[in-house]
Design a protein around this ligand. Structure first.
Ligand code: UD2
Length: 312
């Protein structure tokens, strides 16, 4: 028990975490500037959540929001490789300066723990697969760099100030509420929207790049475990499923689920892209007792069902 603060709590992943915390009877505060987050994402829990509209780029503005908080789940970010290439300054101000502000404010209110969202993008094109946390990072985009630097800041705060910080390297997360309107949304959301609108999905490159597509509820589970697991502080931990799928395979799954035979169109590869990405989740298993429960196929079915309603 305690007070949880979820930064980015009105966003895709954040709103699922908030709902689960409310379900468990926890007290929850949300810090969100509603730039990509939406009030509607919290509709089911709106009376039970204290939503503070606030921006992590403003340290003095967030300090009062952290008053009395025990656990900080820090998700607020500009989370897109493509966007970070177009506008590295904004990505840096939010992801790096913003994270530093959250850490400073958490330290000053003596929060029990900070769990922060990091990314699989930190591994870049390091040739060894699956990705193990001990591998040398190789950020290939401003997004990856800012997230990796945020992790390092967390570890420094842990060492110097004794703040309990856990960084979770989320692999490619998908599921309901991943913004179907945004050009920067995840590829599976884009694919499904195209299917449902009768448009042709576009694959950047040959479609043989792989990702460890992870359904959002798996990530909720890992994140809440990281708030309490005794051995987690100071660690960087992968959160994925341990299984990689190529984009061409995901198209085949969607054809099966939707009972159609769509052929995607292929466009030039995206700059700053990683070729392959699969998580080794041994550390999450041992440290967090985490086990992915929802498969890619089940997750796709649930996401299709949600998007059908959301787009109608
Ligand atoms: C990165 C991170 C992920 C998360 C995310 C946040 C890696 C391996 N993963 O995801 O953990 O932090 O950033 O945004 O770095 N694509 C298409 N067609 C489209 C859209 C995308 O083919 O319409 C391709 C894209 O070129 C890439 C793949 O799909 O090869 C996945 O792209 P994404 O934007 O969904 O996620 P990614 O891998 O950049």
């Amino acid at each position: 028990m305690g007070l949880y603060l979820v930064t980015g709590g009105a966003g895709f992943i954040g709103s699922h975490i908030v709902e689960e915390l409310v379900q468990r009877g926890e007290s929850v505060r949300v810090l969100d500037n509603l730039s990509s987050g939406r009030r509607e994402n919290l509709a089911s829990v709106q009376d039970k959540v204290d939503l503070r509209e606030c921006d992590i780029r403003d340290l003095e503005a967030i300090r009062p929001v952290l008053e009395g908080v025990d656990y900080v789940i820090h998700l607020a970010a500009l989370s897109s490789v493509a966007r970070s290439i177009e506008d590295p300054v904004s990505t840096t101000l939010v992801n790096l300066n913003g994270t530093l502000h959250v850490l400073l404010a958490a330290r000053d209110v003596q929060a029990k723990r900070v769990v922060m969202a990091a990314t699989a993008a930190a591994y870049g094109d390091n040739p060894s697969l699956p990705r193990v946390e001990t591998q040398m990072p190789q950020p290939l985009s401003p997004y990856a760099l800012t997230k990796l630097a945020g992790e390092y800041y967390g570890q420094i705060f842990h060492r110097i100030f004794g703040l309990e910080v856990v960084a979770l390297r989320y692999f490619n997360i998908f599921g309901p509420r991943q913004n179907p309107q945004s050009p920067y949304t995840g590829v599976l959301s884009k694919f499904i929207v195209a299917y449902l609108r009768g448009q042709t999905p576009t694959i950047f490159g040959d479609g043989e790049q792989s990702r460890d597509f992870t359904f959002v509820t798996n990530v909720v589970d890992a994140t809440l475990r990281a708030c309490l697991a005794p051995a987690a502080p100071g660690k960087v931990i992968n959160v994925g499923t341990g299984r990689g799928s190529t984009l061409n395979q995901t198209i085949a799954f969607l054809n099966q689920i939707l009972g159609v035979q769509v052929t995607p169109q292929y466009a030039p590869p995206r700059v700053g892209d990683v070729r392959h990405s699969t998580a080794d989740i041994s550390l999450a298993r041992t440290t967090l007792s985490y086990e992915p429960r929802v498969s890619l196929e089940d997750g796709l079915r649930r996401t299709v069902a949600w998007l059908r309603t959301a787009l109608s």
